[in-house]
Design a protein around this ligand. Structure first.
Ligand SMILES: [Zn+2]
Ligand SMILES: [Zn+2]
Length: 433
């Protein structure tokens, strides 16, 4: 059974997350998007676990289901800040758990060390090695997946506070790591350039902080297994039953290029080298992005593809395509939502529209111009101005229409503000993808 899974999500109890994230909305928007399996997110949070336990039922297969049968796996993310090798390290790890009993034991162990109620993604001062020890003492079936590994601040391979290899991060425990999350700013092809990553499955998830369809499932991993925790775990471990990933163009990610957002400086890795990593406006060190960092650690040429590498598709969210064709400035505008639902009327999910729908069938619900853009998206032919220093990349559509003013434009169809925390305030807190 083909399952499109998004196993790195957050609840409304994580910082900088939409207050409207509840189980009902997660299911509703997953079905709309075409995501068939979600992580439950934030399982260590005392309030969120109450919601999980009251709205989901756990089966013997380690899968949690809503009353209408939508499946979730036990999942959380933890932030670790510690010293190793004489350097300050800050890394995020996604944790998948085999069952509620293991979740309870792990949460209990954490609660003896520190507080869990202030953030769905709690921060601890122990190391990645100690995390592995702690989990393995409860069950060998936990999975730790280093999250968005390349992001400068919280990636295990990040330029600011990461390591030069997964082995350096996990030391003798690295044999228990079977996969890494490539994050929004990198795709599998970039990761193929490091021979030391061949031993890890490359997985992609959204790290969503709101459930809107341009966040949830923007990246996902496709499994071909009968759904159970053990089968998902085995697929990640052996790569049998792991079909590949859905990616956005890595340029879309917030840390693809280098630069300084506040100084308006955007540099390619070549330009950063030319400027010796220093911002020409403020004279401070530039935030070095993912492309630079990959290049720094790569031992293979551009275009190298290792044997047995999984395929991936590169797509932009449908809302981004609609926004681009209309030439409007906001994703969460009435005009974009209205067109989104008009197109979706003819199809079972957004992924069907993006990946499978025929031109003829699309023409029954939308304009030739929109259909062309959807096809260009499917063929990865839409240019994206690279993201940098926390700013998202911007898809560029060569349209004549120009920017149309839209009122009430930061609201979605439910009238919920997509992200109540301004981007700048999220720095150091938000989704560093
Ligand atoms: Zn994270
Ligand atoms: Zn600067």
């Amino acid at each position: 059974m083909k399952i499109i899974a998004d196993l790195h999500i957050h609840s409304r109890y994580s910082r900088a997350c939409s207050k409207a994230i509840d189980i009902e909305n997660l299911e509703k928007y997953a079905r709309l998007k075409g995501v068939g399996l979600l992580g439950c997110g934030d399982f260590t949070h005392p309030e969120w676990i109450k919601e999980i336990n009251s709205k989901l039922t756990e089966g013997d297969d380690g899968v949690l289901r809503t009353s209408s049968g939508f499946p979730f796996l036990w999942q959380t993310e933890i932030s670790l800040m510690y010293k190793q090798g004489g350097k300050g390290r800050r890394v995020h790890h996604v944790i998948l758990a085999p069952d509620g009993e293991c979740v309870a034991q792990f949460t209990d162990a954490l609660s003896k060390i520190g507080r869990l109620d202030y953030d769905g993604r709690p921060i601890f001062g122990f190391s990645s090695v100690e995390l592995m020890d702690m989990l393995l003492s409860i069950s060998s079936k936990f999975m730790v997946i280093p999250a968005h590994v390349w992001t400068p601040y919280f990636g295990a391979l990040g330029s600011k506070s990461g390591f030069d290899s997964i082995e350096e991060c996990f030391l003798d425990k690295s044999k228990h790591i079977h996969a890494i999350e490539t994050g929004i700013s990198s795709d599998p092809a970039m990761n193929w350039r490091l021979s030391c990553l061949d031993k890890y499955a490359l997985v992609s998830f959204s790290d969503m902080h709101s459930f809107w369809p341009w966040r949830m499932g923007r990246e996902a991993t496709v499994f071909d297994v009968e759904l159970s925790y053990d089968n998902i775990r085995r697929a990640i471990k052996t790569r049998e039953g792991l079909s590949g990933t859905v990616e956005v163009k890595p340029d879309y990610g917030r840390y693809h290029f280098d630069g300084h957002a506040k100084c308006g400086v955007v540099f390619s890795p070549e330009e950063t080298i030319k400027h010796h990593g220093i911002c020409p406006v403020c004279g401070k060190a530039l935030t070095v992005g993912v492309l630079y960092r990959v290049e720094e650690l790569a031992d293979r040429p551009l275009g190298f593809r290792p044997d047995g590498a999984c395929d991936f598709s590169t797509l932009l969210p449908l809302s981004e395509i609609i926004k681009g064709v209309f030439g409007v400035s906001q994703l969460a505008s009435k005009r974009v939502w209205s067109e989104y639902y008009t197109i979706m009327k003819g199809f079972s999910s957004e992924f069907e529209v993006l990946m499978d729908a025929s031109r003829e069938k699309l023409l029954e619900v939308t304009s030739p111009k929109m259909v062309d853009a959807i096809m260009r998206g499917r063929n990865n032919e839409i240019y994206v101005k690279p993201g940098y220093d926390g700013e998202y990349g911007v898809p560029v559509f060569d349209e004549e229409e120009g920017d149309v003013e839209v009122k009430d434009d930061e609201k979605g169809d439910d009238g919920v503000v997509e992200n109540s925390v301004p981007l700048k305030k999220q720095k150091g807190l938000g989704d560093f993808c």
